[in-house]
Design a binder for this molecule. Structure first.
Ligand code: NAD
Length: 358
C-alpha cells in the first residue's frame, strides 16, 4: 500500500460532475494536484481547466496517461467508456476513481476489478450517498445492533421530473448502457446494502419501463449536452425500474427508481429489523422505530454536522486510502460488484420475464 505522497490527479471527462465535483474537491485535498483534464470536446476541457486552474488539457486520454503518468485518474465520461478508460489507467499504474455505474455488465466489472488487483491499485466508485449524515447515523445504529436482524428493506429514488441529458449520451443505450436503473439505481442500492452490511444476493426479479422520455416528458436539468425535446432526439433507455432482491440470508430488498413519475419526489431507504426499524431520508432525516419498556417508540436522531458534502467525504476517504489508511470507508470491489450484479440481474429479469437465480 502506498504511503503519503504527492497525488497527481488526471480527470477524464470535463462534463458536469467533474467540473462541479471532482476537480474542486480533489483540489481541496492536501498533497493533491489536479494536473490535467481530458475531453473529446477540447473547448469544454479548456474552459473547465481555465475556470478551475488546471494546467494541462488533453483530447486523447491515452496520450495523457502516457505523457503525464498520473498516479490517480478520475473517469467521468459516458458509461460505456468507463471500462476501457479505467482499465487503461490501472494498466498505466494509476489508482482510479470511476464514476458510477462502474461497468455496464457484471462480467465487465469483474474484469476491471481483476485488473486492479493484478496491478495492486485501488479502483473505487463514486456512489457517495452512504456519506450523507442520515446514512452514517443509520450505519452507526446498525453497527451497534439497534436493528437486530435486518430481514427486509425498501429503497426508493423517484424523481418527479429528472431525466438527465435528454437526447445526449444519457438517453442513448449504446453510450449509457441503460437509463434510470444504471444511473440512479446503483446509488439507491448502495444506500440499503450499506446498512444491511452487503448480504449476498441470490434471487432477483425486476421490471423496467420507458414511459416518459419517449414522449419528451419528465426532463430534468443535468448533463452537458441536453437537447430540446424533439422527434429526432434519441431515447432508447428505461426511465423506471422496480425490483425485488432476495439474499442468501433470506432477507429481502424492494427497489424502486424513476427518472420521472407522476408522484411526489421520493428519496428514502427503509430498514426493517427484528428489534428496530428506520426511515432514512436525504440530507436531514433519520427516524428510528423500536420498543421501549413494552411501548412503541419513535426516535428522531439529531444529526451531527457533516465535514463537507457526501462527495467530499468520499474523495477524502479515497485519498486517505491512497495514503495507507485501511480504515477509510470507500466503496470496495466486493460492494461495487454486488451493485452491478444486481443491476445486471434486474436487466436480465426484465428482458426475459422471469426470476434470475444468481
Ligand atoms: N456519482 C454521482 O453522483 C454522479 C453524478 C452525475 C454523473 N455521474 C456519472 O459521471 C459520468 C459523467 O456524467 P456527467 O453528468 O458529467 O456527464 P456530462 O454529459 O455532463 O459530461 C460527460 C463528458 O464526457 C465527455 N466525453 C465523452 N466521450 C469522451 C471520451 N471518449 N474522452 C473524453 N471525454 C469524453 C463529454 O464530451 C462530456 O464533456 C457518468 O458516468 C455519470 O453516470 C455520477
Amino acid at each position: 500500500m502506498s504511503t503519503s505522497q504527492n497525488w497527481r490527479v488526471a480527470v477524464i471527462g470535463a462534463g458536469t460532475i467533474s467540473q462541479r465535483v471532482h476537480i474542486p474537491l480533489f483540489q481541496k485535498q492536501p498533497d493533491t494536484t489536479v494536473v490535467a483534464v481530458c475531453d473529446v470536446n477540447v473547448a469544454r476541457a479548456q474552459t473547465v481547466a481555465e475556470e478551475t486552474g488546471v494546467a494541462r488539457v488533453y483530447s486523447d486520454y491515452e496520450k495523457m496517461l502516457t505523457e503525464l503518468q498520473p498516479n490517480v485518474v478520475v473517469v467521468a465520461t459516458p458509461n460505456v467508456f468507463h471500462k476501457p478508460m479505467a482499465t487503461a489507467a490501472l494498466e498505466a499504474g494509476a489508482h482510479v476513481l470511476c464514476e458510477k455505474p462502474v461497468a455496464l455488465t457484471y462480467a465487465d466489472a469483474q474484469a476491471m476489478f481483476a485488473t486492479a488487483a493484478a496491478q495492486s491499485r485501488i479502483l473505487t466508485v463514486g456512489t457517495h450517498f452512504r456519506f450523507t449524515a442520515p446514512m452514517q447515523a443509520a450505519k452507526t445504529h446498525a453497527a451497534h445492533g439497534f436493528f437486530g436482524r435486518i430481514y427486509a428493506a425498501r429503497t426508493v429514488w423517484q424523481r418527479r421530473n429528472g431525466i438527465p441529458g435528454y437526447g445526449s449520451w444519457f438517453t442513448n443505450k449504446d453510450l449509457a448502457g441503460g437509463g434510470a436503473l444504471l444511473d440512479i439505481g446503483v446509488h439507491t442500492l448502495d444506500r440499503a446494502l450499506y446498512v444491511m452490511d452487503y448480504p449476498q444476493p441470490t434471487r432477483v426479479t425486476g421490471v423496467k419501463f420507458a414511459e416518459f422520455g419517449p414522449r419528451g416528458r419528465g426532463l430534468g436539468g443535468w448533463g452537458a449536452d441536453i437537447l430540446k425535446p424533439s422527434a429526432n432526439a434519441r431515447y432508447d433507455v428505461d426511465d423506471v425500474a422496480w425490483a425485488q432482491v432476495v439474499f442468501a440470508s433470506g432477507a429481502v430488498l424492494q427497489f424502486q427508481v424513476a427518472w420521472a413519475a407522476n408522484y411526489p419526489e421520493t428519496f428514502v431507504t427503509e430498514i426493517f429489523g427484528t428489534e428496530g426499524g428506520a426511515r432514512i431520508g436525504g440530507q436531514d432525516s433519520v427516524e428510528l422505530y423500536s420498543m421501549l419498556n413494552d411501548l412503541e417508540v419513535k426516535i428522531d436522531t439529531q444529526l451531527p454536522a457533516q465535514k463537507g458534502s457526501s462527495y467530499e467525504q468520499l474523495i477524502t476517504n479515497f485519498v486517505r486510502r491512497l495514503n495507507g489508511d485501511a480504515d477509510a470507508d470507500i466503496v470496495t470491489p466486493a460492494q461495487a460488484l454486488i451493485h452491478v450484479q444486481i443491476v445486471d440481474a434486474i436487466t436480465r429479469s426484465a428482458a426475459e420475464g422471469r426470476e434470475i437465480v444468481l
